[in-house]
Design a protein around this ligand. Structure first.
Ligand code: MN3
Length: 203
């Protein structure tokens, strides 16, 4: 059974004005779809892998046959990363974090403002395409970035929050102003979903 692109969990225009409808349409229907299509093309060559979830594939890349390993890393990563990304955003989201993640942010970064500043700085500095991530390692939250569609899952880390810093995520609306996109993005964060992921990461 082939992997499938799930519909966005809200309307394309639901994250306006922070993320525009045209960007969401292109990002979900074209970019994310392409990752799914290309992942399926790779797995077609090794149908014995088709029973694995996309997460399982990228968690253990060394177990993937070499001829499709890069394709699985890039397109499997793209599929998993974007599936998470749509879920950790929501219309009328943002505001201060709540629940356990709020307490952990306070413990590890002092306060939310400082955390946002550090996250945005790390994401702004990522050269070229990639992602900014929040992970939980050895009892502490950590901000990391990856290039391309590389996932912390491949390093044994469960991502709690992530921002897509490929130009396709913001260029239509923000052009070269990545910092403006990064600042606006906090207005759409779904803290309930982030808390669910934090509960899994901290188990
Ligand atoms: Mn993207």
């Amino acid at each position: 059974m082939a992997y499938e692109l799930a519909p966005l969990p809200y309307d394309y225009a639901a994250l306006e004005p922070h993320i525009d409808e045209a960007t969401m349409k292109l990002h979900h229907d074209k970019h994310h779809q392409t990752y799914v299509t290309n992942l399926n093309a790779a797995i077609d060559k090794h149908p014995e892998l088709a029973s694995k979830t996309p997460e399982e594939l990228i968690k253990n890349l060394s177990a993937i046959p070499e001829d499709i390993r890069t394709a699985v890393k890039n397109h499997g990563g793209g599929h998993v990363n974007h599936t998470m990304f749509w879920q950790i955003m929501k219309p009328a989201g943002g505001g201060e974090p709540n629940g356990a993640i709020a307490a952990q942010i306070k413990a590890d970064f002092g306060d939310f403002e400082n955390f946002k500043k550090l996250f945005n700085e790390a994401a702004a500095k990522q050269f070229g395409s990639g992602w900014g991530w929040l992970v939980f390692q050895a009892g502490k939250l950590k901000i990391v970035t990856t290039a391309n569609q590389d996932s912390p899952l491949s390093e044994g880390l469960y991502p709690i929050l992530a921002n897509d810093i490929w130009e396709h995520a913001y260029y239509l609306k923000y052009q070269n102003r990545r910092a403006d996109y990064l600042a606006a993005w906090w207005n759409v964060v779904n803290w309930d979903e982030v808390n669910k992921r934090f509960a899994i990461a901290s188990k």
